[in-house]
Structure formats: C-alpha cells, structure tokens
Design a protein around this ligand. Structure first.
Ligand SMILES: Cc1cc2nc3c(=O)[nH]c(=O)nc-3n(C[C@H](O)[C@H](O)[C@H](O)COP(=O)(O)OP(=O)(O)OC[C@H]3O[C@@H](n4cnc5c(N)ncnc54)[C@H](O)[C@@H]3O)c2cc1C
Length: 436
C-alpha cells in the first residue's frame, strides 16, 4: 500500500484524492498569504520524518507550525519516548524513570500524522519509505533522525546478551532500570567500573555526569564503595570542572583512568563481570559498559551513513551529501563541532525544518546559527555547563570563535545551585515545547 499526502488533522487519508488535498492546502496557503504557486508546491510536498526523539519530534512539529498546509508524517514505533537527559538522576535514585516518559498526543494534536511503526527501508529513487507493517509512504523530503545504535561488534565479548549483565544504559528505558537495580543490590565496599568510548559518541559529558551522580549515591548509601572510569580518551568535556567537583565532593571515591594510562577496554567477560585493558583487568561488582556507537540502522539502509557509521550533511540544509532529498539531524548526523546532545538535536531540527520549508517553495534556504548548551549535574544541587554557537564553515558546522563558554572554576556554591536549576528548567522547557 502506498500512503501519500496525509491530511493535516493527523489521519492518513486512504483513498483521498490528490485534488481534494490540494484544494485544502491551497485554502490554508491563502490564509497564510502565500502565493498560489507556493501553496501548490506545499500541497504536493509530503514530508516524512523517521524517529520521534528530540531531533525528529522537534522537526515534525516545527514543519507543521511553520506551514500548517504541509503534510507531515512522523514515523516512530514507540508509544512513549524515554528521554536520556536527566536519566542519570534515575540511576542515583533521585528521579523516577516514568518522569522521563513523553507521549506523542501533543504532536498529533498539532496536526502531525503519527505512523506507529518502525521504518524498515528507504527507496531514494522512488522517494518512498517502507514501514514494518508493509505500508509505504511517499515523500518529497525525508528527515532521518534515528539517534544512535550501540556497536555490539566493537568490544570483544560485549554483545547484546552481555548488556543484560553489564548494562550500557545509553538508551533510556529497561537498561536504566537494570543498572539502577544493580547499584542498589551492590554491597557497601563494592566496585563500580564504567567503560567510556572514544569520540564521537552521544552526549560527551554524559559519562562523567553519570559517574558523579553514581558517586553521590555511593557516598550517601555505600560510603566504602569505589568507582573506576576506564576511558578510551585522554581528555573529556568540562574535565577541569568535573575534576574540581570530584575532589571537593567525592574525594578518593572516583578514579579516572585515561587512555594513556590503560583506560581503553579491549575485551569484557560478562560471566566474570570483568573488563580487560592493555594494562590489566578489573573485576566489577557493577559494570556499566558504554560501547562505541553509530547512527541508527535505518541511516545505513537509506544510504546516508558513510564508512564512519555517521551521516555527512550539508550544514546549511542538513541534506545528506550522499543521497539527495534526505536530511539527517540529531545524533545520527556528523554535526562538525556540535556535540551529540538533545539541545543540539532540537536546534538542528528547527534549522532543518526552516530549510525544508524554503526548499519546497523553491526558495534559497537561510544560513543557520545554532546554539548548544550541555548542562551536567555533579550532585543534585551542583550544576555545570558548556555552551557554544555554531555556523556553517567549509562544509561543516564550526564553532563561532569567542561566542561560547564554560562555567567558571572555583565558583561559589550559589553559582552551582543556580546552574542545577537552569538545567532542570531547560529540560522542562524543551520537553514541553517538543512533546507538550
Ligand atoms: C545518560 C545520558 C544523558 C544525557 N544528558 C543530556 C543532557 O543533559 N542534555 C542534552 O542535551 N543531551 C543529553 N543526552 C543526549 C541526548 O539524549 C541525545 O543527544 C538525544 O536524545 C539525540 O536525539 P535524537 O532525536 O537524535 O535521538 P533519540 O533521542 O535517540 O531519538 C531517536 C528516535 O528514533 C526512533 N527510531 C530509531 N530508528 C527508527 C526507525 N527505523 N523507524 C522509526 N523510528 C526510529 C527511536 O525509537 C527514537 O525514538 C544524554 C544522553 C545520555 C545517554
């Protein structure tokens, strides 16, 4: 079955004639003060968005908000989205997993058609997406926003079955609950070992926020326990701020082992709960293995992922440099200097939506300026952040010199308390904007 041009009220108009759809969109276009040719262009321009995370959900909603006459379908198999930001608080017992869940009713009410299916194939020649139930969606522009897949082929011994013993918890959900239960069950005096991948990966400061909040839990519930971070890098995001905070809040509790000092995990043994590095092996009471990642599988199936596993894009339009008519946003995209964060995904989605609106009207897309702020909590009332501004340069999204910044070192407690409140406010605002 081929579905085309879904109606603006959110239902798929099986059998609806193209003429009826066109007239409806023309009326909407007139209301918006658009010229007839532009409205005609939109009416025949269904946009399909794959993935209802921070990137895809924002993009679908922004497209519909900018042009209610545009037919937009969001393809997402999950009934509820489970957000990763703030999920480290769940591990520390400071937040419920349910507070991370968001439904799609608000997006449907905004006029986006929701197809509750996985996208399983893309035919770029015929501009068609196939869904898990066999249905097909025609598109003029396709947005691919599937987030990341964990690479279960990257660390010998670490496959999907091993993640049941050594959770990654790098996608919020069952894995988050599993790691939390393991931490609760661990005896006082036990050892938590984290494995952290090399760049690029989802949420560069995320592992260190996680280490901090697990340390907070250990300090308050199992004060004789230890946490070791085995890192495949020699440097990490907001490093000086994290290290300053660890010395102050968790002295002697967290040990960070850099790449140069044998931090790279070369193998794991889930049976023995052991992580092996070139310098030796570490037995864990709780092992949190965050493996390397790549763009979600549908990106490779659509032909938009390159040999790195990530998706090269034009930084002005987010259109794939490999396949015309397909845009890639969020974690799956090669964002240049922009980190893979929900904040970035949301900003990229809005810029991509604006570009698509211009492209379907055959107008030149605007050059975007994008902002990202990554907040991290080191303790419940101790926040730190790094912010950047990004613009297209030499085919990539480059950081605008002198425009960003990080939290000050040696700041008074009130600054950290305020930043923790900003982090919470950001999460509330962005989730309300996208899913509310
Ligand atoms: C522990 C942790 C803490 C974090 N903290 C922060 C933070 O404080 N601030 C911040 O900005 N970022 C944070 N992040 C990063 C943030 O979660 C990601 O950068 C963000 O979720 C990326 O959004 P996305 O839409 O690209 O991908 P996702 O959020 O993963 O969404 C992808 C969606 O696509 C769907 N999908 C995949 N394949 C298909 C398919 N074939 N068909 C249909 N749908 C499909 C999935 O079901 C999913 O809903 C954190 C991440 C982690 C792991």
């Amino acid at each position: 079955m081929t579905r085309s041009a879904p109606s603006p009220n959110g239902s798929l108009p099986r059998g609806a004639s193209r003429r009826t759809t066109l007239q409806g969109a023309l009326a909407t276009g007139a209301l918006l003060g658009l010229s007839a040719p532009a409205a005609l262009g939109q009416a025949t321009a269904p946009v399909v968005v794959i993935g209802g995370g921070f990137a895809g959900a924002t993009c679908a909603r922004s497209l519909k908000g900018a042009d209610p006459g545009l037919a937009v379908t969001l393809v997402e198999p999950a009934e509820r989205y489970l957000a990763c930001p703030f999920s480290n608080l769940v591990l520390a017992g400071l937040r419920k997993l349910d507070e991370q869940a968001f439904g799609y009713a608000g997006i449907a009410a905004a006029g986006v058609t929701i197809a509750r299916q996985p996208a399983v194939a893309v035919d770029p020649e015929r501009r068609r997406v196939r869904l898990g139930d066999g249905a097909e969606l025609d598109y003029q522009r396709l947005v691919v926003a599937p987030g990341v897949d964990l690479r279960f082929d990257a660390i010998p011994g670490y496959d999907e079955a091993a993640s049941e013993r050594m959770p990654h918890a790098w996608k919020a959900g069952l894995q988050t609950g599993l790691l939390r239960r393991q931490l609760e069950a661990m005896p006082d005096g036990g050892q938590v070992v984290m494995a952290v991948p090399a760049n690029p990966f989802r949420c560069p400061p995320g592992p260190y926020e996680r280490a901090s909040l697990i340390a907070h839990y250990l300090k308050t519930h199992k004060p004789r326990a230890k946490l070791i971070i085995l890192d495949a890098k020699d440097q990490f995001s907001k490093q000086r701020l994290f290290e300053e905070a660890w010395a102050e809040l968790y002295p002697g509790l967290i040990e960070w082992v850099s790449l140069s000092f044998g931090g790279q995990v070369t193998e794991v043994d889930p049976g023995a709960n052991t992580l092996v590095t070139e310098f030796g092996s570490h037995r864990a009471d709780v092992a949190n293995v965050i493996p390397p990642q790549r763009a979600g599988a549908i990106a490779a199936l659509a032909g938009v992922a390159d040999a790195t596993g990530w998706c090269p894009i034009d930084p002005v339009t987010f259109e794939s440099t490999l396949v015309p008519g397909i845009h890639v946003i969020g974690d799956a995209a090669i964002g240049g200097a922009m980190p893979k964060s929900a904040f970035s995904a949301n900003a990229q989605a809005k810029a991509c939506a604006a570009a698509i609106i211009h492209l379907v009207r055959e107008e030149a897309p605007p050059t975007p300026k994008l902002v990202n702020t990554c907040y991290s909590l080191v303790a419940p009332d101790y926040g730190i952040s790094i912010a950047g501004v990004y613009a297209p340069k030499d085919g990539l999204l480059a950081e605008v010199e002198g425009a960003g910044g990080v939290s000050p070192l040696e700041a008074p407690a009130a600054v950290r308390v305020a930043e923790a409140a900003y982090a919470e406010a950001w999460f509330r605002t962005v989730t309300d904007e996208v899913f509310g």
